[in-house]
Unconditional design. Structure first.
Length: 202
């Protein structure tokens, strides 16, 4: 049994989207979280994440946290959906790299932009520019980040870009990519489940 602990309008929305892409049966438990940008919300005792954050996935007693780890776990659990890269696949290295890069490089770079540090810190600006250059270079070689196949990487990166698009550089290639992945039916189904009053079964 899969259970996702999810907060509305948070990064765990990408995992709801991924679950929809995978057609994975999953219960969604809506929880509250503290939101640092607004100073609102609180740590919810119903949430099993040790730091009170989301996403949190429980699978038959196993607790998995952090978006990249959950994405890898789920795509390995549902290989038939072809949204990952199995062990031994020629694409496995690139797939793992993109997942780790999203959490370790892209998201911190965009937070620097959101917080205004890219305007005053040359290192933050360089990191932000490198992140966008890497995305655009990949998109010049295929409609998706790993080429012609949509993967969980596109859920992770596309979801983050859609949320932070106002902080991204204006580029037709980037705008078209975000529109393309956001238009997927699974994303629409996920958005319909984002609020607590929505259906709790993915």
């Amino acid at each position: 049994m899969l259970t996702l602990f999810h907060a509305t309008q948070s990064r765990s929305g990408r995992i709801v989207w991924l679950l929809e892409e995978l057609r994975a049966p999953c219960a969604i438990e809506h929880v509250d979280i503290y939101r640092s940008l607004t100073g609102t919300g609180r740590s919810d005792p119903a949430n099993l994440h040790p730091d009170g954050k989301v996403p949190t996935l429980m699978h038959d007693g196993a607790l998995i946290t952090e978006s990249a780890a959950i994405a890898l776990y789920l795509t390995d659990l549902f290989p038939e959906a072809d949204l990952g890269a199995p062990v031994g696949s020629p694409e496995r290295g690139a797939y793992l790299t993109w997942l780790a890069w999203t959490a370790g490089e892209m998201e911190p770079a965009y937070w620097s932009k959101i917080e205004g540090r890219t305007e005053t810190d040359a290192a933050a600006r360089k990191r932000y520019d490198q992140v966008n250059a890497r995305i655009l270079t990949a998109l010049r070689h295929g409609p998706f980040l790993m080429g012609h196949r949509f993967t969980a990487v596109d859920v992770m990166v596309g979801g983050a870009l859609a949320w932070g698009l106002e902080h991204a550089p204006r580029d037709d290639l980037l705008d078209a990519y975000v529109a393309r992945v956001a238009a997927r039916p699974a994303n629409a189904r996920a958005m319909a489940k984002d609020a607590p009053e929505a259906s709790v079964a993915a």
